[in-house]
Unconditional design. Structure first.
Length: 451
């Protein structure tokens, strides 16, 4: 049987259109919760960024310039809205198009997102490329009107994610009557800073007021939402829920049979970057302070960016030679490190409830995190974690010394965390609740207040 993009695998069953970053592992993990359900699922990729993995078999609309279909991607699960010229088509060698292809290749080599709001316009009779920022929005409106999803879920609000993009499209194209709108907030990044900024706060209020249901991973966001006067009924009954949909706890626990005190002296630092959300330089200063107390050890620094790699060379040689830097790394490799590591170091300035913390707990790694209001209601110091504020090198250094020296503490915490992560992040349990949540939302289509 030949698959067809427009033929739903479960005819007559509810339809969910997700809108968000197509390359995000958070996007994939959440949508994959529904892979065994009878729901019909599609993703509209937000403009900008990389394409989804070729082997991710979820029907996805692509509003970006891409050559993936010509590289063997199954057209039954990808629909390129940007017309891709065929070989031999003069447009392929038109200077504008040729220049864009060259630019895309260069950015791919540099591992930078290729962000274009350039589209083929039917108004241009020559078929040439022209800039039109409204084209992806118009494509989204047409998809919604044609497919008529029962639920439209935006994955995040800002930072190239789906919420603001859909909100503006919804207003411009009068899409309010199409489906229930679910806003899934991204940890702390959507709200933590912007909720205080007048340039964003009213926009956030409008989005949360217009939508039908809200999903978030932490109670700090819930308190803020309630403070806006948003009805409690809009907060989904599955909240708080991990943004990835949880993890396979039993699988991760089965991968390790040694408590952290018996493992290699590895410190895994998954957020070794400079950004709004976390700072790496205080960690470098902490390493200088505590090195003599924590060595011998090996430090794996993940997701590094150019600013961090430049400052890395300022570290003393005796520290650098025990560090391993990675900018991008396969998820499988991350989990290999997690089950070998003794400590997971993840201080941050802004976060929801970090997925890296769920994973560390399931893998028996001792977590060091910051005492953020999205984290402290769930875990306790010395019972589940050690706390260290991101901008305080002495606190980070003291936490590292304790974690690398106190065998009894790290082993007790590993035992405690196995029980906790089973309660709050078991993917199988969450899967059942999420599917039921969607089915109930569809059943209550006539209820304007949502769930």
């Amino acid at each position: 049987m030949t698959l067809d993009f427009e033929s739903d695998p479960n005819p007559g069953k509810p339809k969910i259109l997700f809108i968000g970053l197509a390359y995000s592992t958070h996007t994939h993990s959440w949508i994959d919760l529904l892979s065994q359900s009878e729901l019909n699922v599609r993703l509209f990729a937000t403009p900008g960024g990389w394409m989804p993995p070729v082997d991710w078999m979820v029907r996805t609309y692509l509003p970006q310039l891409t050559s993936q279909l010509s590289e063997g991607l199954e057209p039954a699960v990808r629909k390129t809205l940007f017309p891709v010229p065929k070989k031999g088509n003069f447009l392929r060698w038109h200077p504008i198009y040729f220049g864009l292809r060259v630019m895309r290749r260069i950015l791919k080599i540099l591992r930078m997102p290729f962000e274009l709001s350039i589209a083929y316009s039917p108004r241009n009779k020559m078929g040439l490329l022209q800039s039109d920022a409204d084209v992806p929005s118009a494509w989204l409106a047409n998809v919604i009107k044609d497919w008529k999803p029962d639920i439209i879920q935006t994955l995040g609000i800002y930072d190239e994610q789906g919420g603001l993009f859909y909100y503006q499209c919804r207003k411009k194209n009068h899409l309010e009557k199409y489906g229930k709108w679910v806003v899934q907030l991204r940890g702390g990044s959507d709200l933590a800073l912007r909720k205080h900024d007048p340039a964003f706060s009213s926009q956030i209020r409008d989005i949360l007021t217009d939508c039908d249901s809200i999903i978030t991973d932490n109670l700090a966001n819930v308190d803020y939402i309630k403070g806006l006067g948003i009805p409690n009924a809009k907060i989904a009954n599955i909240v708080p829920v991990p943004g990835t949909g949880g993890i396979d706890v039993d699988h991760f626990i089965s991968l390790w049979n040694q408590p952290p005190s018996k493992r290699e002296r590895i410190i895994l630092w998954p957020k070794a970057y400079e950004s709004y959300w976390s700072k790496a330089l205080p960690v470098f200063e902490a390493l200088k302070v505590c090195w003599e107390d924590i060595q011998p050890c090996e430090i794996y620094m993940l997701a590094t960016n150019p600013e961090v790699t430049t400052w890395f060379w300022d570290l003393p040689a005796q520290i650098r030679e025990h560090c391993h830097l990675f900018d991008r790394i396969e998820r499988a490799r991350v989990f290999e490190l997690l089950i070998k590591a003794r400590v997971m170091l993840a201080p941050s300035l802004i976060d929801g409830f970090p997925n890296s913390l769920y994973e560390a707990m399931a893998c028996g790694v001792f977590p060091i995190v910051s005492p953020l209001d999205s984290i402290t209601p769930v875990v306790r110091e010395e019972t589940n974690v050690l706390f260290a504020r991101n901008l305080y090198p002495e606190e980070i250094a003291n936490a590292l010394i304790r974690a690398m020296k106190d065998d009894a503490l790290v082993d007790t915490v590993a035992t405690n965390n196995r029980k906790l992560v089973e309660q709050i992040a078991n993917r199988q349990t969450i899967r059942e609740k999420v599917v039921q949540y969607y089915m109930t939302l569809v059943e209550n289509q006539k209820n304007p207040s949502g769930i």
